[in-house]
Design a protein. Structure first.
Length: 574
């Protein structure tokens, strides 16, 4: 980019386009990605390699692929002198397939077995189409599949320029989907990779994970080589792992043959029914001796309208869209968007939602009367952190505020912080920004502060989930080797310096909550609740047979709560 932060390119077949810093999305191993005017542009870093390998010819070949679930190159991108720089393609508003692996996603979205069958069937159709065009997907890992929700859940496969087609081979693959029983890549290795990620859609766990005697947590490659899969009778799986017995019988038999016996054939359709020939997997659950008493208190039962989310301010979001107070049990708002952010400010419940080109703020005061005010701010989404509300604009992050004037509430905009909005993903109380390959955590703190902290530890990782409060942020990320890693960041009082603790974990589920007083609670294993104080290093392991990984932790102020089967419970030590 030039000194003005712009870059002029030409979309062959479309015309010139000016890329700005605000259009930047991310930087990967081969290039950088931008989004402008509904189009995604990928610019390769090594132009000499692009010319040497004839990448423009490969892109022309890939652009002939026509399938609704394949985000193929639309055309070549050149500089103003006609020299190839990359390619462009349509923008897809989806989320990484790894999100669908988690039980929290199934509960929040109402994702069902029927939805899973449909999604997996569509993914199967993509692989079949590619093979019919003499192309190999090769590295179709969970980050190269997006999920788009319309009338049904549909996949979109991206990173198509890395496929093997014609005279252009592929050489890169994420280790977690690599077939260790085959040299090179072929249709069988594609089906193995499809099997790994589709199995996680159904169960939430990689087929070679879980606790198995004789293997450590880092022995993924060894287990894959030795076919030591979850179908072993002595594998221990957490309760958050969904029952494999729900997988359609013929497909379940295929998974067993592929993961246990090394078979490499095309799978049956998920819509094909039948009883599996092999006995169903029977798993052992962790049984522990309680070391501390826990008090489980039901705050809200499921009834006919399950809870899908709880906000730290003490309000539950129901499947119907209603917002309910956990303290009083009263329904305060009937229809709240799943994309809303909810805080308590100025003594009032404040619900912010993007509405076209403005932000709609609904306020509920002590009189429980709903007041609406439109904030004059163009924002693509509304987020919250540290009890504050923010709009994401074309320039970055802008605080949303309200003032009470008599019985009315007046919406207003506050301070603004420049960010790369399209390159920033927002989670529970924290944003993660890719600053042209350098990673940052965006953490609201205090009454007016925003920390935009450079965190080199996250460079070259893909962040899947995060949660933060006070001076602590917990992040779950996927490494380039396909390992899930949890990082625990602790900032000093100025939010300028930080320490970090890193640990390899078993799944894409981040079942953790951070309290503002500096306590982290998490459940990694059935039967065990970990309560830690990262600022002091104190860790307390609480064992109880009723603790399970399918208890989705959340917080209400400084109380630890959890969601299970659509009900809300509090969890406290006696």
């Amino acid at each position: 980019m030039n000194a003005r932060g712009t870059l002029k390119v030409v979309l062959v077949g479309r015309g010139p386009l000016t890329l700005r810093a605000s259009d930047y999305l991310a930087t990967g191993g081969e290039g950088s990605v931008y989004r402008a005017k509904g189009t995604v542009v990928k610019l390769y870093t090594d132009q000499a390699k692009m010319r040497r390998e004839g990448t423009d010819q490969k892109l022309a070949l890939l652009s002939r692929l026509s399938h609704p679930y394949i985000v193929a190159p639309s055309g070549l991108v050149t500089n103003e002198h006609g020299e190839p720089r990359g390619y462009y393609m349509p923008h897809v508003n989806g989320e990484a397939l790894s999100r669908v692996f988690t039980t929290s996603y199934w509960q929040r979205e109402g994702f069902s077995l029927t939805d899973a069958n449909g999604l997996v069937a569509h993914m199967r159709a993509v692989v079949e189409y590619a093979h019919g065009k003499q192309a190999l997907l090769v590295d179709a890992n969970e980050l190269n599949w997006l999920v788009v929700r319309g009338k049904e859940y549909e996949p979109r496969v991206i990173d198509v320029d890395s496929w093997a087609i014609g005279k252009w081979p592929a050489s890169v693959i994420m280790p977690s989907i690599q077939d260790h029983h085959t040299k090179g890549f072929n249709e069988g290795t594609d089906w193995f990779a499809w099997g790994v990620v589709s199995f996680q859609v159904y169960t939430g766990i990689h087929p070679y994970k879980g606790t198995l005697p004789g293997y450590g947590r880092g022995d993924l490659a060894r287990r894959m080589r030795e076919n030591a899969s979850v179908f072993r009778s002595d594998v221990r799986l957490n309760k958050a792992v969904r029952d494999v017995g729900t997988i359609p019988g013929p497909l379940l038999d295929w998974y067993r043959a592929v993961f246990e016996a090394g078979e490499r054939i095309a799978p049956p359709s998920p819509h094909q029914t039948g009883v599996p020939q092999a006995p169903l997997l029977r798993t052992k659950r962790v049984v522990t001796t309680a070391q501390g008493a826990l008090i489980y208190t039901r705050l809200r039962a499921r009834g006919g309208d399950p809870v899908v989310a709880v906000y730290p301010s003490g309000y539950a979001h129901l499947r119907s869209g209603a917002l309910v107070s956990l303290a009083s049990g009263k329904e305060l708002l009937p229809q709240v968007s799943p994309d809303a952010a909810v805080v308590v400010r100025e003594g009032a419940l404040m619900v912010g939602e993007p509405q076209h080109d403005r932000v709609l703020v609904r306020c509920v005061g002590v009189d429980e009367q709903v007041k609406e005010c439109t904030v004059p701010l163009a924002a693509s989404m509304v987020v919250s952190g540290n009890g504050r509300l923010f709009g994401i604009t074309a320039r970055g992050l802008q605080e949303l505020a309200i003032r009470r004037v008599g019985a009315r509430y007046v919406g207003a905009v506050g301070a603004e912080w420049p960010l790369l909005p399209q390159a920033t993903n927002w989670f529970a109380g924290v944003g993660v920004m890719d600053g042209l390959g350098a990673m940052y955590l965006v953490v609201p703190f205090g009454e007016r502060g925003i920390a935009i902290a450079r965190v080199q530890e996250l460079d070259r990782y893909r962040v899947l989930a995060a949660t933060a409060a006070g001076r602590i942020a917990v992040v779950l990320a996927l490494s380039q080797a396909g390992e899930y890693v949890r990082m625990e960041f602790v900032f000093d009082a100025s939010m300028q310096q930080h320490s970090v603790r890193t640990e390899v974990v078993q799944s894409a589920e981040l079942n953790a909550v951070v309290l503002e007083k500096g306590v982290v609670a998490r459940i990694d294993t059935d039967g065990e609740l970990v309560i830690s104080v990262p600022t002091t290093g104190v860790v307390n392991m609480v064992h109880d047979k009723d603790i399970a990984t399918d208890m989705q932790l959340a917080r209400w102020g400084d109380r630890v709560i959890y969601l299970k089967d659509g009900a809300v419970w509090s969890l406290a030590m006696k």
